[in-house]
Design a protein around this ligand. Structure first.
Ligand SMILES: *Cc1c(COP(=O)(O)O)cnc(C)c1O
Length: 480
């Protein structure tokens, strides 16, 4: 990119990229609708640029950031997989994008059918009895799940104050629990990377509202004692909540309900093919078992015979958790993706996710410390401790990867691993791209011995060199 001028800086009077048609609304009519003091008296100062300038500006901008269409993106926990473009094309087609949420039910039967189908598909995949598609993100799903827990305990006249969470949990788990009005209590992990059952027993009493567990957990390891954990939690009438953000490891292999969970969220923008990472729309549907169905948010999508309608008559519902009916386009993409893959295809997703992560683990564990040896599912977590003894940190390894044209893995999470490097290749990468990544990781280890300054001064080849991340977070300035 030659220069980084903003459009407003390129603007010069008279340059044009678009000629708008004359408005066909009579001025008189506008004055009637919009109060005079809200009307513009002079044109707004939009930049004036020529079409090629405009196109080049955005095309150049699109190459500054890393993205999964450009190269490998092994950001652990985030499932940055390649998303088939056909989903986007379908979600953007006028029959989908021009639907209005306030149209009468009779008018939007196809949209309601898509909602109903996706709810059914997710029930089939998880074994849950019903779903709501309203929550806008995984964390929003967690909060909705905690609100459902509260409603359940109030109806049961249970006195509950605390929710247990393993120390490997994603940061959103304790936050959602706190916002939902419960105290989050941490349960330790064993050297195998599983929930420490003794610690769990020590912290369990009648005040425990439930357990929030990610399975496979954030080390990528399947909680093999999950049935035992469920039995303990259910013995005090607690509820088992599964953070299902890692569902791409389980599709078609094991159902959430068979692990005795009562509530689960699913990240449609991780597992079910919506691009994410830039803050775009997502969805975190919540599924529940039968005894919790009355508490689901309204409206629910109901099918009678061949007709679908939005139903509001659920007096025990926690109410609405989202404007209108959730992020429709994300739900549409899920519908296309699931229908395209079918049952066998979904199972392949999980198998490939697991084999890819294990291939990387096995190919790098002689060089990078692997603190938890239990074979993982869809992601693997190394420690950069050996490299640290040579004066380079996990952060430096991550930055050096950028020089090789790849995105970095998640670093310093989960918190229970020193210098954590959390790698999730996802199911959409083939062996050649994994081999390339493995070769680069081995090369970086070599560099850490011979030329550590290449790591500590990385990145060299990116549009922006190392930034002050703390300052960027604390003093965010997004104004021009
Ligand atoms: C991504 C993720 C979440 C949060 O989901 P958001 O959609 O980002 O709110 C929660 N738990 C785990 C394990 C995750 O990977």
């Amino acid at each position: 990119m030659t220069d980084r001028k903003l459009l407003i800086e390129r603007s010069a009077e008279g340059k044009q990229s678009l000629v708008l048609p004359k408005t066909d609304v009579p001025e008189k009519a506008i004055e009637k609708i919009v109060p005079a003091h809200h009307l513009r008296t002079s044109p707004c100062a939009l930049p004036e640029v020529a079409e090629p300038e405009l196109v080049r500006h955005y095309v150049n901008l699109s190459t500054l950031n890393h993205h999964v269409d450009k190269d490998f993106y092994p950001l652990g926990s985030c499932t940055m997989k390649y998303n088939p473009k056909i989903n986007e094309a379908f979600a953007a087609s006028p029959c989908i994008s021009e639907v209005h949420p306030l149209q009468p039910d009779a008018n939007i039967q196809a949209s309601l059918k898509i909602y109903h189908d996706v709810e059914r598909f997710l029930c089939e995949i998880t074994g849950m009895d019903a779903f709501t598609l309203q929550p806008a993100a995984g964390s929003h799903g967690e909060l909705t799940g905690v609100m459902i827990m509260r409603q359940y305990h109030e109806h049961q006249k249970n006195h509950k104050t605390r929710i247990l969470i393993p120390d490997s949990a994603h940061g959103t788990n304790p936050s959602s629990v706190n916002i939902g009005g419960y105290q989050a209590v941490t349960v330790a992990s064993t050297p195998e990377g599983l929930v420490d059952l003794d610690d769990l027993r020590a912290k369990l009493d009648d005040d425990v509202a439930g357990f929030m567990l990610t399975n496979p957990n954030t080390l990528g390891i399947f909680e093999k004692n999950v049935l035992q954990i469920a039995e303990l939690i259910h013995s005090v009438d607690g509820l088992m909540y599964m953070d299902g953000a890692n569902m791409n490891a389980l599709l078609g292999i094991v159902k959430t309900a068979d692990m005795h969970f009562d509530i689960t969220h699913i990240n449609l923008h991780k597992t079910f093919s919506t691009p994410h990472g830039g803050g775009g729309p997502g969805a975190g549907p919540i599924g529940v078992v039968k005894k919790l169905v009355p508490y689901l948010p309204v409206p629910r999508v109901i099918k009678d015979k061949d007709n679908y309608h939005l139903s509001w008559e659920h007096p025990e519902s926690i109410g609405k958790v989202m404007a209108f009916w959730g992020n429709y386009s994300v739900i549409v993409k899920t519908w296309v993706y699931i229908r395209m893959l079918g049952e066998a295809g979904l199972k392949d997703v999980a198998k490939h996710a697991i084999i890819n992560a294990n291939y990387i683990r096995a190919s790098l564990e002689d060089i990078y410390e692997l603190p938890y040896k239990t074979p993982p599912m869809h992601e693997c977590v190394f420690s950069g401790d050996r490299q640290k003894s040579r004066g380079v940190r996990a952060l430096d390894i991550a930055k050096r990867l950028l020089d090789y044209g790849m995105h970095a893995p998640t670093v310093y999470f989960p918190l229970i691993v020193h210098e954590a490097l959390m790698i999730e290749p996802t199911e959409t990468e083939n062996k050649a791209s994994l081999d390339h990544f493995i070769a680069v990781m081995r090369k970086i280890d070599e560099e850490s011995r011979e030329h550590p300054e290449l790591l500590t001064s990385a990145p060299q080849n990116t549009p922006v060199r190392r930034i002050d991340e703390l300052k960027a977070n604390r003093d965010l300035n997004v104004r021009w």
